[in-house]
Write a protein that binds this ligand. Structure first.
Ligand SMILES: NC(=O)c1ccc[n+]([C@@H]2O[C@H](COP(=O)([O-])OP(=O)(O)OC[C@H]3O[C@@H](n4cnc5c(N)ncnc54)[C@H](OP(=O)(O)O)[C@@H]3O)[C@@H](O)[C@H]2O)c1
Length: 435
């Protein structure tokens, strides 16, 4: 039944979009049984398409590798890497159909092309801190939060990027004839490659914002390094930016969160599924390979996937600790924004490869990647949806359709989450007291 939202699976939910939700624009109202048939057809065609690609892939690879010369070891490495990239593509795009996702009452879900529209003025008086806001999802989120009246504090790698980001938000608002006050748009640099800048951020925030409490902290900063490199702090770059820096920042800002109701939104990824134990090959967080010491893999995708699993485990552990301390005002959630055509994606080996086969895979699988506008939907939804719904977000992970996803056991591993927390405190020399 179209109107019954409770307990719908992701697929059913997609078939019967929530037409009554005023925040969703762009849906067509088609009778659900018709949509159901169309959807089933699309899903079966999609499965057929994936199987064909996967079957064709090794055959074409073999043909290519044997006709192009090179040593047998070159061919083996090429085939291994290409096959892995192929399966990476399937994981990233394909499993959106298989996510064990559930739309709950009041949930929001969208199809490609729809935009989560935050009611104008609904965020007046709120302060939102958005990290990694100079481009992509962070910049898009900042624009839409400001449009809805929030005071935004963007973090950018450099002071120059801070000025540019502010101007971009201001012109976005001006272009839409939205009145704004310069006091509501701030940008403070943090280079996450330098932990000293993370450590000093709370003090710099206070200088800029006085004692204004933070309503939402959006830990959005993220990168994929294709080769293993260390920062001057001595940590692997992807690990430091994507996990350790955000862990420290959250710890540093914790006392400044609004105790009448605050949210932390951690932008993770479906790529968390690439995280695996380097000795057994099983999915999960490898504590002995946190910084890619033993295996970096797949042009950095494995290392990236591991940091995205860390974002999820951090979300769960922080919520557990907050609940245990009776901090009912805090809601922490994580999400996958979809595969989005941002700088991060465009700079991956898979997206920018000139290598014939990789670009074939890339073109086959990633033609329909989301725009920044679409990709920012879920993080904005989690950051702004009315507070009554916050209980269903606590410690949870959502997909690009705004649906809660039941994570695999390896992504709910409480002992790993606790261990990660303790290791992060030790590595960053930062005690994170949740109180
Ligand atoms: N795009 C996707 O398909 C996708 C899919 C799943 C998850 N995500 C996640 O979405 C989030 C946003 O990424 P995006 O896709 O919007 O990519 P993006 O356009 O590259 O944005 C990433 C932001 O993080 C900043 N950043 C990265 N490393 C930094 C560092 N060491 N210090 C300071 N700033 C740093 C970048 O600044 P600079 O420009 O100065 O580097 C940029 O502002 C990330 O957490 C990413 O993992 C993206």
């Amino acid at each position: 039944m179209c109107g019954a939202h409770v307990g719908l699976t992701h697929l059913q939910h997609d078939i019967c979009p929530l037409k009554l939700n005023p925040y969703v624009v762009g849906h067509s109202s088609i009778y659900c049984p018709v949509l159901q048939i169309v959807k089933r057809y699309i899903v079966s065609m999609y499965s057929l398409y994936c199987s064909l690609v996967l079957l064709t892939f090794p055959i074409v690879s073999c043909a290519w590798s044997f006709s192009s010369g090179g040593t047998s070891s070159d061919r083996r490495i090429f085939l291994e890497n290409t096959a892995k990239q192929g399966s990476a593509a399937v994981v990233l795009i394909g499993t959106s159909f298989a996510d064990n996702a559930e739309a709950t009452t009041d949930s929001w879900s969208h199809d490609k092309g729809s935009v989560y529209n935050i009611p104008p003025g609904s965020l007046s008086g709120q302060v939102h801190v958005i990290t990694g806001a100079s481009s992509g999802l962070g910049l898009e989120s900042s624009k839409r939060l400001a449009t809805a009246g929030a005071t935004i504090v963007m973090t950018t790698r450099t002071a120059e990027k801070a000025e540019i980001a502010k101007k971009q938000v201001e012109s976005y608002l001006s272009d839409r004839s939205i009145a704004y006050n310069k006091d509501t748009i701030h940008a403070i640099p943090i280079n996450f490659d330098n932990l000293e800048e993370v450590r000093s951020f709370p003090e710099r925030y206070r200088k800029e914002m006085g004692d204004r409490k933070i309503d939402v902290l959006m830990n959005n900063v993220g990168r994929i390094n294709q080769k293993r490199e260390l920062t001057n702090d001595g940590f692997e770059k992807t690990f430091q930016s994507n996990h350790l820096g955000s862990f420290m920042l959250t710890a540093g800002l914790f006392q400044m969160l609004n105790r009448d109701g605050a949210r932390i939104v951690n932008v993770a990824s479906r790529a968390h599924q690439f995280a695996k134990d380097s000795s057994t090959g099983k999915q999960g967080l490898d504590m002995s390979n946190l910084q890619g010491e033993l295996s970096y893999g797949l042009d950095g995708w494995e290392a990236y996937g591991q940091t995205k699993l860390e974002n999820i485990l951090f979300t769960e552990e922080l919520q557990r600790r907050a609940d245990a301390a009776g901090l009912g005002w805090l809601t922490v959630s994580s999400l996958h924004p979809g595969v989005v055509g941002t700088e991060l994606w465009n700079n991956t080996a898979l997206a920018k490869s000139n290598n014939g086969l990789r670009s074939i895979i890339s073109n086959l699988f990633f033609k329909n990647i989301l725009t920044n506008e679409e990709g920012a939907n879920t993080q904005l939804y989690l950051a702004t949806t009315p507070m009554q719904q916050r209980d269903m977000f606590k410690g949870q992970y959502f997909n690009e359709y705004g649906n809660r996803v039941d994570l695999d056991p390896f992504a709910r591993d409480e002992s790993k989450a606790k261990e990660l927390w303790e290791v992060s405190e030790r590595l960053s020399s930062c005690k994170f007291n949740v109180e």
